[in-house]
Design a protein around this ligand. Structure first.
Ligand code: MN
Length: 195
């Protein structure tokens, strides 16, 4: 079977991003976005999703991290959509409850071709470091460009880093389930016949 891959390059006046993705191969993630925290989250996501992901990104982070985080989400979303192709034989749905020490998060998704995002995570007040508001921007950009119905819910947590980790790992596991190909199944899992 042909492997489900994508290679996307996206350049704007704000950012310059390239993404390579293989849904049928697991390898060590190669992530370099100039934002250490985003690298860490994307590495966790790719490892737990069991996919090969390469991301190289730079942008106008002298302003703040907003454009780069959002555009990384857009480009990864576009790569996911491309790699998924006609979605023949995929499981389509995935959900995962994931603990990370004191934090606990849930994600549920449908590779429906329709975008929906429900994001409920109460990140705690912070003075410095990565702006955790951007996580919602990232998932909005990714899900809208990939055509994913995505629910993200933080159930509990006291540490921002752990909360974010629980969300990205959970998302990885949910995606892993949804992209799984059922053995010998070649149909599109929809009564409409198209996703
Ligand atoms: Mn960590």
């Amino acid at each position: 079977m042909k492997q489900r891959t994508a290679k996307i390059k996206r350049t704007t006046k704000e950012t310059d991003i390239s993404v390579e993705l293989n849904l049928d191969k697991s390898s060590k993630p190669e992530i370099s976005t100039t934002i250490g925290f985003l690298d860490h989250m994307l590495e966790l996501f790719a490892s737990h999703a069991g996919i090969a992901l390469k991301v190289k990104a730079k942008g106008d982070t002298h302003i703040d991290d907003h454009h780069l985080v959002e555009d990384a989400g857009i480009t990864i979303g576009q790569a996911l959509k491309t790699a998924l192709g006609d979605k023949k034989g995929i499981a389509r749905y995935g959900h995962f409850l994931l603990p990370m020490d004191e934090s606990l998060s849930y994600t549920a998704l449908d590779l429906s071709g329709r975008f929906y995002l429900s994001y409920e995570a109460s990140i705690l007040f912070q003075k410095t470091g990565f702006n955790y508001d951007l996580l919602e921007e990232f998932f909005y950009a990714l899900a809208s460009n990939a055509g994913i119905t995505l629910h993200i819910k933080m159930i509990k947590g006291r540490n921002n880093h752990h909360i974010a980790e629980s969300i990205f790992k959970s998302f990885g596991h949910s995606l892993r389930q949804a992209i799984t190909l059922a053995k010998g199944k070649k149909t599109i899992p929809s009564t409409k016949g198209v996703l």
